[in-house]
Ligand binder design. Structure first.
Ligand SMILES: Cc1ncc(COP(=O)(O)O)c(C=O)c1O
Length: 395
């Protein structure tokens, strides 16, 4: 074949979390009793008010093309949320874009701002898709390793050292997937202070905002007036309202970015499903209690998984502050037979029938990520099996 395929796509990686989830599903379909703590999706049903709004949309034939930026009522509700809950004061229906999941909000933004050769700073451990999303635009992901002694939070010194004249954007993700850590307002302020004198964009992925598990309050970079005009904020209904399958995300961006991101969306997907947009609006307006209930359950599950994990020797972790992940260090266990966290997860799935994601997927080998977006029964079973594997490796 004389043709070559697109180089930016060829070098981008496939999603490893989806690959593991798919493998676990295949094993299950073969009758194997697989338990999975691999996926990042709440196991709750869609809130009733969202279902009702979707039903109404169908019954009333709200089933045609909408404004490609998303329906005005939803853009207004999202803008109000950004202003009131996140202190992003410039948010209006004209700076909000409704996208097909937070993923598309991230891709629209990166596509709108990145040129070939630009650098985008990503802190590791990172959410699996960031490097591929950057690579696909032709820009270069600059990976900065955060450290366990800093609770895997980026420090101002690390950020300062990573900035170059080519830096186009810095991605911030708090609460963090996979570490479960959150930046306090002071920590965020210190990072943003570094960016005050560096003319780049800040892309803040706040998809886990509602899932705070302790005393730390969520803080949005867009709430700092000195840099607010350069912050693009991403959120959506997937995690907050357990509505992953509806595929609705939100973007608030500076007007010049918004205009280009809107153009990308208009040419690529037009807009997310009209029915899903109505469902998202229903959730935004009426699902506050559902969110509180889900949050309580996640807090109880965090207690459960942390208690069970604490009893496993040679595995260390910090209690998560947000999202629904435990990020555990298994490096002490690795040996010549099982030399990497990827090999550890392979064996765990093949022999103990537990699906977890290895640190390699997040740019941090030696770790595993356990999602506690699962029932108490599944969590307990998975940790019992993990403990059995650890026991066998130690004896
Ligand atoms: C940090 C982070 N950002 C974005 C997303 C994507 O969200 P959505 O399903 O709304 O596209 C995820 C999903 O796992 C995530 O963990």
């Amino acid at each position: 074949m004389s043709h070559t395929l697109a180089k930016h796509i060829l070098v981008a990686e496939e999603s490893q979390t989806l690959a593991i989830a798919n493998r676990a599903k295949t094993m299950k379909s073969q009758g194997i009793d697989v338990v999975s703590l691999s996926t990042g999706e709440p196991d709750f049903p869609t809130p009733d008010c969202a279902k009702q709004a979707a039903n109404d949309a169908i019954i009333h034939n709200f089933t045609h093309y909408t404004d490609s930026n998303g329906i005005k009522e939803l853009r207004e509700a999202v803008a109000e949320k950004f202003r009131n809950e996140n202190q992003i004061l410039s948010a209006s229906a004209d700076t909000v874009l409704i996208t097909s999941g937070a993923k598309q909000a991230l891709v629209n933004t990166l596509t709108a701002i990145c040129n070939e050769g630009d650098e985008v700073i990503i802190f590791a451990p990172y959410w699996v898709s960031y490097p591929a999303m950057v690579t696909m635009t032709g820009a270069k992901p600059i990976i900065i390793q955060t450290l366990p002694e800093h609770q895997f939070k980026p420090t101002p010194d690390q950020l300062r050292a990573a900035l170059t004249p080519q830096t186009k954007c810095v991605i911030i993700n708090s609460p963090n997937n996979p570490t479960g850590m959150m930046l306090t307002r002071d920590e965020m302020a210190n990072l943003m202070a570094v960016l005050e004198n560096h003319d780049c964009y800040i892309l803040s992925d706040e998809i886990y905002e509602k899932l705070t598990l302790g005393a730390i309050e969520h803080c949005s970079p867009g709430s700092f007036p000195s840099i607010a005009s350069r912050v693009c904020t991403v959120n959506g209904v997937s995690k907050a309202f357990a509505m992953t399958g509806w595929r609705i995300g939100f973007l608030h961006a500076p007007p010049e970015v918004w205009k280009q991101a809107s153009k990308v969306q208009g040419q690529v997907t037009s807009h997310p499903s009209s029915i899903a947009q109505k469902a998202a609006l229903g959730a935004m307006l009426g699902a506050h209690n559902d969110v509180q209930i889900m949050k309580q359950v996640f807090c109880q599950r965090k207690e459960l998984i942390c208690r069970l994990m604490s009893a496993i020797p040679s595995v260390s972790f910090a209690e998560p502050q947000g999202a629904f992940y435990v990020w555990a260090d298994i490096s002490q266990l690795l040996n010549t037979t099982i030399p990497t966290s990827a090999a550890f997860c392979e064996t765990l799935l093949a022999e103990y029938h537990v699906a977890l994601v290895p640190g390699e997927a997040f740019g941090a080998p030696g770790y595993i990520r356990l999602s506690f977006a699962a029932s108490d029964e599944v969590i307990t079973k998975a940790i019992e099996r993990l403990a059995a594997m650890v026991h066998n490796m130690r004896t």
